[in-house]
Each structure stands twice: as structure tokens, then as C-alpha cells.
Design a protein. Structure first.
Length: 355
């Protein structure tokens, strides 16, 4: 019975893993495979180079690694690059896919020495699964319970020495015990326009695109500092050029394609502008709570916090305060908005009148 349970758990996780791999096929051709091909994140790359060189010299697997930062900055790409550089196999899954201890056991029982286990959105692990992983990360063993009731028994299962790489967009939601078990923690920053232009140049070559001078820089300037968005816009511009033009990327084609995608000169899309207009027009510039904004826009709170806010905070269009979100003057100028500020009563004058 225990053996049957193991097989079912392994099949469930492997099926989930294959679905994740199918979703990644679309971007695989544009992803770098070596650390030298990666553009940007120089500080992180330097630290990884030293760590991998030291591990190879000692003949040991890498210590556990945690990548955190906004979505689309290359956390998954770096995990695959590390696997290629170390000559290791990589098994990928995500936090929501690991519901029970048996799901994790199906993965851990198949890892070999030096293999890499990549868990995306690791902050979404359930508490039982997270606590089950602790001894696997520290002592490379797990205590797995099979059967239940009077027939329940615990098996001490030794594991091969592996490397766990976690990725999260919400580092603050990680528990302290889990965060403390990672030997290397790296925060990924937004990319500069020049770095994104280099990434787009590489992607354009892989896609066999013909580009006029300055067109890739134009796309880079509207990509919100995120390589994933830059490559997505490049593909949409390529489609537009193929249908509306002669296949060549020109300034006119790029501008028309981005206008159709509702991307303005700062890279803001319609959701970003709706977020800012809601604060300005409905909440008089703020402060406004994130739950209230989510209800107003009909969006999930996590979408606003993970996708919309990081870039708006970086360019100084939104302020976070204890009372809520506030719009800035620069955002109002960009959108052509005029705030209607209601004058607050003077408390001191009111007291004097009452007296």
C-alpha cells in the first residue's frame, strides 16, 4: 500500500512538472543558457560565479538559493542557467502544486546527488509541506509517515545531497525558519533601458528580425524595466510588422504597435492608468487602501501589489503610507489630472469656536 501511495504521489508531481515545462516552451528559445549570456544583474551574477566555482572545486553541490523580486526579472531563467553551468539535472515545480507531503516526497525520492529542485512561488507552500522540507534542506533526510491509524508508521528516508532553488515575488510572506535555511539570498532589481536594449538585440537575432536603428531602444524604454515584458512586446511588434508592414521593425511600426497595445511612453498600460485614476478621481489623491482599490478596479489585490505597484513605486508615481496609497504630482502631470483637494477643518479653530 505504501509503495502504491509513493507511485501515485510521484505521478501527480511529474504531471504537474510536465505542464509547467510546456508553459515555458514558448520562452525557452529566448532564454540564455549560460551565465555569460545573461545581461544585467551584475552583482548577482558575480556572486553566483564565485559560488559555483567554489562548489566545483570542492566537488560539492551548491548551497540552497533564494531569488526574490518582482515577476519577469529572470528568477526561473537563472535557475536553469545554474543547472546548465553545474552540469546538473533540474526538476521544476511550484508552491501551489505541492499540497501534501507525498507531493514533495515524489520529487525528493527521485533527486540524485547534485540535482537542482526549483520551486517557483515558494511563499505559497502550505505549512505542513514547508515544515516537511526543513530536515530535507538541513540534514538531507525526511521522516515520512505512511498509512494511518493503528497501521501508521514513520520511515526515516535519507536523501541525496541536492540544491533547492526557490523563487518568490513576495519575500515578506516567507516564514523566518524557511528563509533562514537558504544559504544564498539574492534580490533581483529592475533593468535599465540600456540593458533591456541589449536583451532585445539578442532576442531579435534569435527571431531573425530586421530592425531599423533605435527601434529596439524604443521598445526597451516602454518595457517597465522587465525582460519578460520587453520580449513580449517584441513579439507583438513582430506580429504587427508582419501583418501591417513588410516584416521590418521601423519607428512608425513600433509606435503604431505599442499604441494598439495601449502602452504609453513610460510603459504604463491601461491597468496602471486605471489604478492611478482611481486614486486621483475616486479617492481624491489618497490615501486609499489596497483592498478598496482592488474592489474599485475589479482586480485581485495580489495583482495590484505584485504587478502594478512595484513599477509605479520605482518611477515615483505612487507613495505607500501607513494609511494607504497616494498618487504623486508627477503621476498627475503624466496623466493630465487635477486633484480636487478637500480642505480639512482646522482642529484648533474648531476647539476655539466650541469654547
Amino acid at each position: 500500500m505504501a509503495e502504491t501511495f509513493f507511485i501515485m504521489a510521484i505521478d501527480r508531481v511529474l504531471n504537474s512538472e510536465s505542464m509547467n515545462e510546456q508553459e515555458d516552451i514558448l520562452n525557452t528559445s529566448l532564454r540564455p543558457t549560460a551565465l555569460g549570456e545573461c545581461i544585467g544583474q551584475e552583482n548577482v551574477k558575480e556572486k553566483l560565479t564565485i559560488a559555483m566555482s567554489a562548489a566545483k572545486q570542492r566537488g560539492e553541490p551548491l548551497d540552497h538559493i533564494l531569488f526574490y523580486g518582482p515577476p519577469g526579472l529572470g528568477k526561473t531563467t537563472l535557475a536553469h542557467v545554474i543547472a546548465n553551468e553545474m552540469g546538473a539535472r533540474i526538476k521544476t515545480t511550484s508552491g501551489p502544486a505541492l499540497v501534501k507531503q507525498g507531493d514533495v516526497m515524489g520529487l525528493l525520492s527521485n533527486v540524485s546527488t547534485g540535482d537542482i529542485l526549483f520551486i517557483d512561488e515558494i511563499h505559497r507552500l502550505s505549512t505542513p509541506v514547508e515544515e516537511f522540507i526543513y530536515p530535507a534542506m538541513e540534514d538531507f533526510r525526511v521522516d515520512f509517515t505512511v498509512d494511518s491509524g493503528m497501521h501508521a508508521k514513520t520511515i526515516n528516508f535519507p536523501l541525496k545531497r541536492f540544491t533547492l532553488i526557490g523563487a518568490t515575488t513576495r519575500a515578506g510572506l516567507l516564514s523566518s525558519p524557511l528563509r533562514g535555511r537558504f544559504g544564498m539570498l539574492y534580490h533581483l532589481e529592475f533593468y535599465s533601458a540600456a540593458e533591456l536594449a541589449k536583451i532585445l538585440t539578442r532576442s531579435a537575432k534569435l527571431l531573425n528580425l530586421v530592425c531599423s536603428p533605435g527601434t529596439l531602444e524604443l521598445i526597451a524604454s516602454r518595457s517597465r524595466g522587465t525582460p519578460r515584458i520587453a520580449n513580449r512586446l517584441l513579439k507583438r511588434v513582430r506580429d504587427y510588422a508582419q501583418v501591417k508592414g513588410e516584416g521590418k521593425l521601423t519607428d512608425a511600426i513600433v509606435s503604431a504597435a505599442l499604441k494598439m497595445e495601449q502602452i504609453d511612453e513610460l510603459g504604463l498600460d491601461e491597468l496602471d492608468r486605471s489604478f492611478l485614476r482611481a486614486i486621483a478621481n475616486i479617492y481624491n489623491g489618497g490615501p486609499a487602501g489596497i483592498e478598496a482599490l482592488a474592489a474599485t478596479l475589479g482586480e485581485e489585490k495580489d495583482t495590484l501589489e505584485d504587478v502594478v505597484e512595484p513599477y509605479l513605486l520605482q518611477i515615483g508615481f505612487v507613495r505607500r503610507t501607513k494609511r494607504g496609497r497616494e498618487i504623486t504630482d508627477s503621476a498627475c502631470r503624466h496623466l493630465g489630472l487635477t486633484l480636487k483637494i478637500e480642505k480639512q477643518p482646522d482642529i484648533q479653530d474648531s476647539d476655539e469656536e466650541i469654547i
